[in-house]
Design a protein around this ligand. Structure first.
Ligand SMILES: [Zn+2]
Length: 256
C-alpha cells in the first residue's frame, strides 16, 4: 500500500522575516527622506516661490540639490552592504532549513536522506544570496532618481509643498510594495528551485502541482492544481514557485 507523501510546505515564516528585514530598511529610508524634506527642502521651496525680481533664482535649487545629497549620504548608513548581506544570508538559510527538513521527511518514504551530500548547494546558496543582495541594493538606487524628479518637477511647476510631500509619501509606499514583491517572489522561486533539485537528486521524476488554495491563486495556476508533471517536461508556467510571485509547491510523486 502506498504511504502518504508528506506535503511540501511553503516557507511562510522565512518570507515574512525577509519582508520585515527589507521593510525596515525602506521605512528608515522613508523617514530620513521626509525629515530632510521637512527641515531643509521645504524652506527652500518657499524661498523659490518668493522671487520678487521676476527672474528665476538658482540659490534655492542648489540648496535643494545639497539636501538631496544629504539624504543619499544618510541612506548609505541604512543600506549598509554588510547588513544587506546578513539579511540575504539569513533568508537563504531559513529557506534552506525549511526545504531540507521537508525533503528529509518526504525521502523517508524511500528510506534515504538526499541532503547528506549536496555538492550543488554551496554554489546555489552563494548565487542566490548575491542575486538578492543586488535586488535590495537596487531598491535604494532606484529611489533617488524618483524623488529627485518629484522634488524638482514639483518646484519648477509651482506645486504646493503638500502636493510634493504627498508624492514623496506615495513613492515611499511604492518602494515598500517593491520590498514585498522581492520577498514573495524570491521565497517562491528559491524554494521551488531547491525542491525541484532535491526531488530529482533523490530520483523523483514527477511532481504534483499544489497551489496555496487561497483566493490569491491566479487562474493559470488554479487549473494546474493536483495535476502531475514530469520534471523533464513541466507545464508552460514552469516549475511551481518559480513564476513571478508564485506560492505554489511541488509534491513528489513516487513510483510504486
Ligand atoms: Zn502559483
Amino acid at each position: 500500500m502506498a504511504k502518504t507523501v508528506p506535503q511540501t510546505r511553503y516557507p511562510h515564516a522565512a518570507e515574512a522575516a525577509y519582508f520585515r528585514d527589507i521593510q525596515r530598511l525602506v521605512t528608515e529610508l522613508g523617514k530620513v527622506t521626509l525629515q530632510v524634506f521637512d527641515e531643509q527642502i521645504k524652506p527652500q521651496i518657499k524661498l523659490y516661490g518668493q522671487d520678487s525680481h521676476g527672474y528665476i533664482m538658482d540659490g534655492p535649487l542648489d540648496v535643494i540639490q545639497r539636501a538631496i545629497e544629504i539624504i543619499k549620504g544618510l541612506s548609505l548608513g541604512i543600506f549598509v552592504s554588510t547588513e544587506i548581506l546578513n539579511i540575504c544570508t539569513r533568508f537563504l538559510n531559513a529557506v534552506n532549513a525549511q526545504s531540507k527538513a521537508n525533503i528529509q521527511q518526504q525521502a523517508r518514504i524511500i528510506g534515504i536522506d538526499p541532503t547528506q551530500s549536496e555538492p550543488w548547494l554551496d554554489e546555489f546558496m552563494r548565487s542566490s544570496i548575491n542575486e538578492n543582495v543586488s535586488y535590495i541594493s537596487t531598491i535604494r538606487d532606484e529611489f533617488f532618481p524618483k524623488i529627485e524628479a518629484i522634488i524638482y518637477q514639483g518646484v519648477k511647476n509651482g506645486q504646493s509643498i503638500k502636493a510634493i510631500r504627498d508624492q514623496l509619501v506615495e513613492r515611499i509606499g511604492m518602494t515598500q510594495n517593491r520590498a514585498k514583491f522581492i520577498a514573495v517572489d524570491q521565497t517562491g522561486s528559491i524554494f521551488g528551485q531547491m525542491t525541484a533539485k532535491r526531488h530529482q537528486e533523490m530520483g523523483v521524476e514527477k511532481f504534483k502541482w499544489s497551489t496555496s488554495h487561497d483566493d490569491r491563486v491566479r487562474q493559470a495556476h488554479r487549473v494546474l492544481d493536483g495535476r502531475v508533471f514530469a520534471y523533464s517536461d513541466p507545464p508552460a508556467e514552469g516549475l511551481p514557485g518559480t513564476p513571478f510571485r508564485c506560492r505554489c509547491v511541488a509534491i513528489p510523486v513516487f513510483d510504486d
